[in-house]
Design a protein around this ligand. Sequence first.
Ligand code: G3H
Ligand code: 13P
Ligand code: ZN
Length: 333
Amino acid sequence: MVNYKDLGLVNTREMFKRAIAGGYAIPAFNFNTMEQMQAIVMAAVETKSPVIMQVSKGARNYANGTILRNLAKGAVEYAKELGCEHPEIVLHLDHGDSFELCKECIDNGFSSVMIDGSSLPYEENIALAKKVVEYAHQFDVTVEAELGVLAGVEDEVSAAESHYTKPEEVIDFSTRTGCDSLAISIGTSHGAHKFTPEQCTLVNGVLVPPPLAFDILHEIEKKLPGFPIVLHGSSSVPMEEVNTINKYGGHLEAAIGIPEEQLREASKSAVCKINIDSDSRLAMTAAIRKHLAEHPGDFDPRQYLKPARENMKKMYIHKIVNVLGSDGKLAQC
Ligand code: G3H
Ligand code: 13P
Ligand code: ZN
C-alpha cells in the first residue's frame, strides 16, 4: 500500500471548498508523458495554482501506472525545486470504470479517483459509486462520480449521444453515494470535434457552437448548494493550434471546442474542476509538426519535445490565468 500523503500529494477536498467560495475552478490536466508532467508543474508553480494531474485508463496502459505514480511523486519534488514550498498537487484517476481499478489506484498513491458509472442504469451507477466511496474514504481519498452522459469517447466508456444531467436526481445521487464531487453533462463532450458545423452558427466567418446549458447548471447548484461540480470535455480547441497542425501536414477538419468565455462563466459557479486534455494534445502536436517541418534534419527527440513542452506550458498558464482563475490560489506559497 502506498499512501498519497507519503508522496506529498493532496486530495481535492480543501481546494474545492476554496474554489467554490472564491469563484474559480481548479485545472485538471491529463498527462501521459514526462513532458506533459513537467509543463503542468512549471505552469502551476509560475502561477501559484493548485493543480489536478489526471491519469486515464488509456494513460496507464500507455505509460504504466507505476511510472505515472512516480512521475506524480516527482512532480511534487520538482515543484519544490522550482521554488514552491507548499505545492497542492492531486493525482487523480480519470474515468475509472470499475471498483477494482479505483481500488488499485487508491492502494498505489492516488489521492482522488473518478468512478464513471454514467453509462450504467441509475441504481447501478449509485451502487458502484457508493462502493468506491466506502473504500476510498477509509484512506481519505476523494471520489468524483458522474451523472448524465457526455457524448464522445471516454476510454472504455463511450456514447454516441449526450444526455444532460437531470437536476431532480442530483440530491438523491450525491446523498446515497456519498461522493465528494459530481461530474455533470450540460453540453460539453470529449475530443477535438465537439460539435458538427451544422450545430453551430456562423458569426463573422467563425463557427460559434451552441451555449452550454447554464440553466441546468444553476438548477443543480440550487439543489446542492456549495457542492463541488465537475466539467469534463472542456477543451476549447484553439484555432491557432489547429491551423498550425493543418499548415504543417496535419488534417484536422471541423475541430470545434467550448468557447473560453463560457468556461470562464462556469468557473465562477459551483464548477470547481475543469478537465482539459485535447488542448494539450493539440499544443504538443502543433509544436512538433512545426519544428520538424522547419528542421527536417532533426532527429533527436529533445529537439522537438522541448518546443512541444514550451507550447503546452504556455497553454496551461493561459488556462489558469485567463480562463479558470486559479492563479495565486495556493493556501501557502
Ligand atoms: O476523457 C478522456 C480523456 O481525454 C482521456 O483520454 O482515454 O484517450 O487517455 P484517453
Ligand atoms: P477534452 O477532450 O475536452 O480535453 O476533455 C478531457 C476530459 O474530460 C478528461 O476527462
Ligand atoms: Zn472526461
